[in-house]
Ligand binder design. Structure first.
Ligand SMILES: *Cc1c(COP(=O)(O)O)cnc(C)c1O
Length: 390
C-alpha cells in the first residue's frame, strides 16, 4: 500500500475537457466573437434542444439565473407559494425568493431520495382550495402558483404524479434538471416534462461551460419571454428602449463554444458515470451499514454523483467521520446539502414532512465520480471504505 504522502488526490467530480473544446474556443478568439452574441450561442441552444427533444432552448449565464427566469415567465409573483424539494442545493430555493415568492418545502421519498408527491397531494387536498382556476392556501390565503421538483444526483423525480397535480390545481411545473442532463423519466428526458426545465453547466456538472445554464420549453411564447428577460428586455431592434426591467443573464459565445464541445461527449460521459456507479454498487454490496440511492425502474439515472448512506451504528462510524478518514487519504467526498427547511437562509418557511431529508443530511456521502476517475483510483476509494469498516 502506498503511504498517504505518496497518494494522488482523488477529486469528487472534476471537469473532463477531452474533445473539441480548445478548437472551438480558439475559433471564438481568432474571430473576435467572444461576448454575448455569436454562432456558438445559437448552436449550443439548438444542440441542447435537439439532445433533449425540447422545442426551444435559451442559453443563460448559469443555472440559478435560469431558474429565476423560469419562475418569472411562469407567472410566479411576489407573495406566491412555490412547492419545492427540501433536499437540494440551495440555488432553486434562492431563485424562488428572488422572485419574491415563498418556498414551501417538500420532503423526499426514502428510496430514490426525490421529491415526495404524496406530501404535495395531501397539502393541496387538505390545506388548499381552488378558486377560479387558481389555488390558495386556506390558512394564509397565499396563492400557490408552481411546483419546482429538483432531480437530484442525476436521478429523476417521479414526475407523473406531480404533472397530474399541476394540471388539477393549475400550477406550473418547473423542473430543476441541473444535475440530470441526459437522464430519463419513463423514456423522456428530464427537463422536458413540465412547463419549463433548467440545466446548469457549472464546473462540477455532467458537462461544463465553466459556468452556464439553459432553459428549455416546448412553449414558443415562454421561450420568447425568457430570451427577452435575459437580454435586458430590449424591445426595439435599433433603439435602446426596454419595456420592462430585464436582466443581463446572457451566456457568452466563449462559454457556448465550450458547451458545444462538451455536449458532443455527453453520451460517453454518462456511460462512464453509470459504469462507475455500477462498480461501486458491486464492490460495496454486502458491506454492513452501507446502502445507496436506488435507481427506480422508471428512471435512467446519469449517476452524476454516486452517493451512499452510512448507518453509524452498523458501520462503526458516521458519514462525517468516514469523510474525514477518506480526506486524510486524499480522497474527496462530500455530505449532502443541509435540507432547505433547516437552512438559516430559509428556515422560516413551511415544510411538509422532513424526516427523510434530515436522515439523508446525517448519513449520505457522495463518492468520487469524475468521468476521468481511473479504475485504480476507484479501487483505492473502495478499499479505503472497506478498510474503515473493520
Ligand atoms: C448546480 C445546481 C444549480 C445551479 O446551477 P449554477 O449554474 O451553479 O447556478 C441549481 N440547482 C441544483 C440542484 C444544482 O445542483
Amino acid at each position: 500500500m502506498p503511504s498517504d504522502s505518496d497518494r494522488q488526490f482523488i477529486p469528487l467530480c472534476e471537469p473532463h475537457l477531452a474533445g473539441n473544446e480548445w478548437q472551438y474556443v480558439k475559433e471564438c478568439i481568432d474571430t473576435g466573437w467572444v461576448s454575448s452574441v455569436g454562432s456558438y450561442v445559437d448552436r449550443f441552444e439548438k444542440d441542447i434542444a435537439r439532445r433533449t427533444g425540447a422545442k426551444h432552448a435559451v442559453a443563460i449565464v448559469n443555472g440559478t439565473s435560469a431558474l429565476h427566469i423560469a419562475l418569472l415567465i411562469c407567472g410566479v409573483r411576489a407573495g406566491d407559494g412555490v412547492l419545492i424539494s427540501s433536499m437540494t442545493f440551495i440555488a432553486p430555493a434562492n431563485a424562488v425568493r428572488y422572485a419574491g415568492a415563498e418556498p414551501i418545502f417538500v420532503d423526499s421519498e426514502s428510496k430514490h431520495w426525490e421529491m415526495d408527491s404524496a406530501l404535495i397531494a395531501a397539502f393541496l387536498e387538505k390545506e388548499c382550495e381552488v378558486r377560479e382556476k387558481e389555488t390558495f392556501h386556506c390558512e394564509t390565503n397565499r396563492r400557490i402558483s408552481a411546483i419546482l421538483p429538483v432531480h437530484i444526483l442525476g436521478h429523476s423525480v417521479d414526475m407523473d404524479a406531480i404533472l397530474e397535480l399541476g394540471r388539477r390545481y393549475h400550477l406550473k411545473v418547473i423542473e430543476d434538471a441541473t444535475e440530470s442532463l441526459g437522464a430519463d423519466y419513463k423514456g423522456r428526458p428530464t427537463g422536458t416534462l413540465g412547463d419549463v426545465g433548467c440545466y446548469s453547466f457549472n464546473g462540477n456538472k455532467v458537462i461544463t461551460t465553466g459556468g452556464g445554464g439553459m432553459l428549455v420549453t416546448n412553449d414558443a411564447n415562454l421561450a420568447a419571454r425568457a430570451k427577452h428577460y435575459t437580454t435586458q428586455a430590449k424591445s426595439d431592434p435599433k433603439e435602446y428602449i426596454h419595456d420592462v426591467v430585464g436582466y443581463n443573464y446572457r451566456l457568452t459565445n466563449l462559454q457556448a463554444a465550450l458547451g458545444c464541445a462538451q455536449l458532443e461527449q455527453l453520451d460517453s460521459f454518462i456511460e462512464k458515470k453509470r459504469a462507475i456507479a455500477a462498480k461501486y454498487r458491486k464492490a460495496l454490496s454486502g458491506l454492513p451499514g452501507i446502502s445507496w440511492q436506488q435507481e427506480a425502474e422508471w428512471a435512467h439515472s446519469i449517476d452524476w454523483l454516486f452517493t451512499i448512506t452510512v448507518d453509524e451504528k452498523v458501520f462503526g462510524m458516521s458519514a462525517r467521520e468516514l469523510r474525514e478518514l477518506l480526506s486524510a487519504r486524499k480522497i474527496q467526498t462530500r455530505c449532502l446539502w443541509q435540507p432547505m427547511h433547516l437552512s438559516p437562509a430559509h428556515s422560516h418557511s413551511t415544510m411538509l414532512g422532513g424526516a427523510v431529508a434530515d436522515r439523508l443530511f446525517e448519513t449520505a456521502l457522495s463518492l468520487p465520480s469524475s468521468v476521468s476517475l481511473s479504475s485504480d483510483q476507484q479501487q483505492a476509494v473502495i478499499e479505503a471504505i472497506k478498510h474503515a469498516a473493520k
